[in-house]
Ligand binder design. Structure first.
Ligand code: GLN
Length: 242
């Protein structure tokens, strides 16, 4: 039987800043380039989903307003399914506002308390001064990732999770402790918009390979020609980072 990867795109219409949807395009194209099948379902507000039906979950970023509006919908069952996916080791990528939603809470800079699902051990508090700019970090596998951040929230990780990477340049989680994003089992949370995956093909393949490990453990990803993608990454590094 051929390999088929099922992607769930959560809140595609509400959480889609700076072309976050581009991450879905990259995942799909890189899966297809390996000769596998891929399907993407849009899981909007009001639509329920079962995590067991999917190999990869994706949540983009949003403004404080959308993050607030979504809260009721999230608590009507999506929170339970997302938490289950995280513990089951489902491959997941969450960006900025979507990343914040996996934690315990986000207190906005103007004092609004958004209680999230607490699936991961971290919390976020906003300040008026936003953290904006091109930035870069390095994962524990040594993958250098370039991206763009624009957030008011400062995220502080607890002991139960690891950061996704260490900062090379920019603010990352909070501008203080040199960490960026979160990593727990096969969940990847990052502040990186842009979208992040087109310029960072190794990160894209890491996420796909984690999805394969779960249901097709004997299948390895064949390498692709990433010359153009890596050139784009080097250009960003040269212009903004190093
Ligand atoms: N609204 C959140 C913040 O400002 C997330 C922003 C985003 O997704 N870019 O921290």
């Amino acid at each position: 039987m051929g390999v088929s990867i099922r992607i769930a795109h959560l809140y595609p219409d509400m959480l889609n800043l700076y072309g976050d949807r581009g991450n879905i395009i990259v995942l799909s194209e890189r899966i297809k380039a390996r000769g596998f099948e891929v399907t993407t379902d849009r899981i909007t507000m009001g639509k329920s989903f079962r995590t067991d039906d999917y190999d990869i979950l994706f949540i983009g970023g949003g403004q404080d307003f959308e993050q607030d509006v979504l809260l009721d919908d999230l608590k009507r069952g999506k929170d339970i399914e997302i938490s289950k996916a995280i513990e089951n080791g489902t491959s997941m990528l969450a960006i900025c506002g979507g990343y914040q939603m996996l934690g315990k809470y986000y207190k906005t800079y103007d004092g609004k308390m958004l209680e999230y699902m607490g699936a991961l051990d971290f919390y976020t508090e906003g300040k008026e001064e936003r953290m904006i700019g091109n930035y870069a970090f390095k994962t524990k596998e040594g993958i250098e990732v370039v991206g763009f951040e624009n957030h008011s929230g400062r995220t502080y990780l607890g002991k139960g999770v690891e950061p996704l990477g260490k900062m090379i340049k920019g603010y990352g989680n909070n501008g203080e402790d040199g960490t960026e994003g979160v990593r727990y089992k096969n969940t990847f949370g990052t502040y990186s918009h842009g979208p992040v995956l087109p310029k960072n093909p190794k990160l894209a393949d890491l996420i796909i390979s984690k999805a394969l490990e779960n249901n097709h453990p004997n299948i390895r990803l064949t390498p692709l020609d990433d010359a153009l993608e890596l050139k784009a990454q080097q250009q960003v590094m040269k212009l903004y980072i190093k």
